[in-house]
Design a protein around this ligand. Structure first.
Ligand SMILES: C[S@@+](CC[C@H](N)C(=O)[O-])C[C@H]1O[C@@H](n2cnc3c(N)ncnc32)[C@H](O)[C@@H]1O
Length: 252
């Protein structure tokens, strides 16, 4: 992974990630007694919300700090460090859930293959993550600001933001039946006057990784300033999120 996670900044300023994940839990519709995997569980809030509906949930995440924080907050739940591209489970589960994670995983086919293997026949996969066009204005402003300051394009691996057609096709190629798939704009309110600067610090560090760290605060401010007329409304910053949401079933 090219990213390491600041769990404090994540929990203090970016709680919208799991708060907006409630609809994906509704799509999952966890049933009491089911065994469910939360793939890319972060600090565990949605893992706990699924468990509260009576399912037995395991959360896995590639980042050790996220898993440690999740385990500390929810000692009664099972968490483990594991990568979406390579994880295996001791027994297949009834459902795999994933929120705001799979755009970090460029090897989508590898992750889909692991999810398939993790599911019982008849099991389901419910997920939401960044879709085609996600954060387009922010990414354009980031590229423009780099150019304004004489830096070339970032060489960091871009996020994986697929279209519905692309992602549904990968799921079908694996054997899944796609029951629901949609791409939708979800302008997402950010916290405080420095909302966009904080978002860039939390999530977009790798796109500045080739630039000396002491220059980052100024760069982030310049990117935010460029976006003010479009993404700051009535005293509130918004991120131009666009999400893909899917429900797919592994046939019996
Ligand atoms: C924005 S957080 C979302 C966390 C949680 N699902 C939530 O809704 O709060 C994205 C998470 O994806 C995890 N992640 C990124 N790449 C991953 C990978 N290859 N395998 C597993 N987890 C990964 C990160 O470590 C991070 O915890």
């Amino acid at each position: 992974m090219e990213n390491t996670w600041n769990t404090d900044l994540y929990q203090q300023q970016h709680s919208f990630v799991w708060q907006l994940g409630q609809d994906v839990i509704a799509l999952l519709a966890p049933q009491p007694g089911e065994r469910i995997l939360d793939l890319g569980c972060g600090t565990g809030q949605l893992t706990a919300a699924i468990a509260a509906q009576g399912a037995t949930v395991t959360g896995i995440d590639a980042d050790a700090a996220m898993v440690a924080q999740a385990q500390q907050q929810y000692p009664e739940l099972d968490f483990a460090v594991a990568d979406a591209r390579t994880f295996t489970l001791p027994e297949p589960v009834d459902a795999v859930f994933s929120n705001a994670t799979l755009h970090w995983v460029n090897e989508a086919e590898g992750a889909i293959a692991q999810i398939w293997t993790a599911l019982k026949p008849g099991g389901r996969f419910a997920a939401e993550f960044g879709g085609q066009g996600n954060m387009a204005q922010v990414l354009a402003a980031l590229a423009e600001t780099r150019a304004d300051l004489g830096y070339g394009p970032s060489q960091a691996t871009p996020w994986y933001f697929p279209s519905v057609g692309e992602y549904a096709t990968l799921l079908e190629q694996q054997g899944f039946e796609v029951r629901f798939a949609t791409l939708f704009d979800r302008p997402t309110p950010l916290t405080g006057e420095t909302g966009l600067v904080d978002w860039l610090q939390m999530f977009a560090g790798r796109f500045l990784a080739d630039i000396p760290a002491e220059a980052h605060p100024d760069l982030r401010q310049k990117i935010q300033a460029k976006l003010r007329s479009r993404l700051y409304q009535n005293g509130q910053w918004f991120a131009d999120y666009r999400r893909i949401r899917v429900l797919a079933v592994k046939p019996d």
